[in-house]
Design a protein around this ligand. Structure first.
Ligand code: GLY
Length: 401
């Protein structure tokens, strides 16, 4: 090759490289993913006929095609997610047939608000269902149910400790006196809401105390959290951090860290107190820094079987939803963009091949892990993954409009 040809060739290669590096990846087609959700909900509703509103979808295990249903009851922590999925689907599709089913499934949970309280899962149960229902319909009956549910949580609050008890039954069973699990952070949104809509104003103080004590003791120095914090009931002293659903007491259980990111994002949104913003950024960093390439975590970041360990798509969906919210709250543009792009990366992965259920079953997502140490719901479709996936898609859609 003579000198001129060689020069031309180099310029050509450089041009192609520049062109490739300037090409943006195609926009994430959020409407396509939401249309997919509408299709899957339609298929699920068909499958559920004739309707029995006292039983709700919980999971579809690997290789199965039909939802396993659970009775609506205060003991079934996931009973609010299916009505929640229906509300979000209605919000997008504006289909009155879906609205009717959202109402019917939601109403079947109403008596849970009459108590007595069983454990801390009331936020999941009642805010995903009635909370979304009120947001979209302003039905005053829904408001009453939410306020009653939030008041029930006060029965679990120990003012000496400063947190709500999560599992009353574990006090005796496991010798965990005042136990608080990180998932309990998800109740705080409903407590703020209830206090701001005519409920007991003390709910706000309780929520803040809970978040503050959790911030102080529930996290290790690297900002990863324990699943369970055990406190002395009588003097509030932190006794130990342990796990129930994670790999080990000191591992980073993916969904636990996701609940923490979601919960402290809500705390900052509700209080505008910069200490929560600072904290949630550290908690999010601990999670984001250790994600695999597709941004869908293994069920526990410290499982030695990685990369053979199962994933948890639900943790990715929860985190994507939280990060989109956080991206609207952080003042620095660069950081906001980074959170939004991380969430988009999670949603792109969840919206492709390995994670979409497609025609295999009628859920939205595969590859969630519920309780690996208990060998329960491992690598399965689970209703809360679908709930947070569609919530995240709608948040994404609202953010780009
Ligand atoms: N108990 C809530 C969860 O499994 O994440």
């Amino acid at each position: 090759m003579n000198k001129n040809k060689w020069k031309q060739c180099c310029i050509g290669i450089l041009g192609v490289c520049l062109l490739l590096s300037c090409q943006k990846s195609p926009a994430f087609d959020v409407d396509k993913s939401l249309d997919y959700c509408v299709t899957q909900v339609g298929r699920s509703l068909n499958q559920l006929k004739p309707y029995d509103y006292t039983r709700v979808p919980r999971n579809i295990l690997s290789g199965e095609q039909h939802w396993n249903l659970r009775p609506v009851a205060i003991e079934e922590w996931c009973a609010g997610f299916w009505p929640g999925v229906l509300w979000y689907t209605y919000e997008y599709a504006q289909d009155s047939a879906i609205l009717e089913q959202a109402r019917n499934y939601t109403n079947s949970l109403a008596s849970i608000a009459d108590g007595p309280v069983y454990d801390h899962d009331l936020g999941f149960l009642m805010f995903c269902s009635f909370g979304n229902g009120f947001r979209l319909t302003q039905d005053p009956a829904y408001k009453e149910v939410i306020i009653k549910s939030a008041h029930l949580l006060m029965d679990l609050y120990n003012p000496v400790v400063g947190t709500m008890l999560s599992w009353p039954r574990e006090v005796a069973n496991n010798g965990w006196p005042h136990n608080t699990i990180i998932d309990n952070m998800i109740n705080l949104e409903m407590m703020f809401w209830a206090a701001n809509h005519g409920g007991d104003p003390n709910l706000i103080e309780i929520a803040k105390n809970h978040a503050d004590k959790t911030m102080q003791y529930h996290f290790r120095p690297d900002h990863t959290c324990y699943h369970v914090a055990v406190y002395d009931t009588s003097n509030g002293r932190f006794i130990k951090g342990v796990t129930h659903q994670g790999y080990s007491d000191n591992s980073m259980w993916a969904r636990g860290q996701a609940w923490a990111i979601y919960g402290y994002t809500v705390m900052y949104r509700e209080t505008q107190d910069p200490k929560y913003l600072d904290f949630v950024q550290k908690v999010a960093k601990a999670y984001l820094d250790r994600l695999p390439e597709d941004y869908v975590p293994y069920w526990d970041f410290d499982d030695p079987l990685i990369p053979q360990a199962p994933r948890d798509a639900s943790a990715a969906a929860i985190t994507a939803s939280a990060l989109i919210e956080l991206s609207k709250l952080v003042p620095e543009q660069k950081q906001a963009k980074a959170y939004f792009e991380a969430a988009e990366r999670m949603l792109r992965s969840l919206s492709r091949g390995p994670y979409q259920s497609g025609t295999e079953n009628t859920s939205f997502l595969k590859h969630s892990t519920g309780h690996k140490p208990g060998a329960s719901e491992v690598d399965a479709s689970i209703i809360y993954a679908d709930y947070y996936y569609i919530e995240a898609l709608l948040r994404y859609r609202n953010a780009i409009q």
